[in-house]
Design a protein around this ligand. Structure first.
Ligand SMILES: [Zn+2]
Length: 186
């Protein structure tokens, strides 16, 4: 383990790292700066209760936490954190939030979603103009299926199971439940 990792362990403790991020310290890169990325991330995360949102308190661009790198590029904090904890993010995937709080960096609220989910999420949140519901080209569901999905959620059927049954990503099911998508269907 390189000596540059010691400040993190000293500041937050091995136990904290293990329980909250399961960080592989040898995988942490400084990306050209003296301070390792994990430390730059962690010191600006407002760490609260285990199941609460942990807001990013640093710089944001369009509501997403960002770190400026030496080459002037921005690093997406949620993606960086995910990559440090779980390894490389597969092509075509992004980081979704079960809590829908974009600045949240509690690993328990982050999960992988497809680009299609991100587009659906953008349309649902009104950041991109587009048709809603059945007419939207990204949308694979019919209005009847949305009603079925909401009924299944009401019966406390596991979200992953629902997602698998309809060929959707879990974050799309969350959007339907929270009425960020298909809000015109009761
Ligand atoms: Zn959260």
């Amino acid at each position: 383990m390189g000596h540059e990792h010691l400040p993190i362990a000293t500041r937050f403790g091995d136990h904290w790292l293990a329980s909250h991020y399961n960080v592989r310290l040898e995988a942490v890169s400084t990306l050209g700066r003296r301070t390792p990325i994990i430390q730059r991330l962690v010191r600006r995360i407002d760490r609260r209760g285990p199941d609460e949102c942990w807001p990013w308190t640093g710089r944001t661009v369009k509501g997403r936490g960002k770190l400026r790198l030496n080459d002037g590029k921005d690093l997406n904090c949620a993606r960086a954190l995910w990559a440090i904890v779980h390894g490389p993010i597969p092509q075509g995937y992004g980081i979704c939030h079960t809590c829908d709080n974009r600045i949240c960096l509690n690993m328990r609220h982050l999960f992988l979603g497809t680009q299609q989910d991100n587009i659906a999420d953008m349309v649902a949140k009104g950041r991109q103009r587009g048709p809603c519901g059945e007419r939207a080209r990204h949308n694979k569901l019919t209005a009847a299926q949305v009603t079925e999905i909401r009924a299944l959620i009401g019966q406390r059927v596991n979200r992953r199971e629902i997602a698998a049954r309809y060929g959707m990503a879990v974050c799309s099911i969350h959007d339907i439940r929270a009425r960020r998508s298909w809000k015109h269907i009761p």
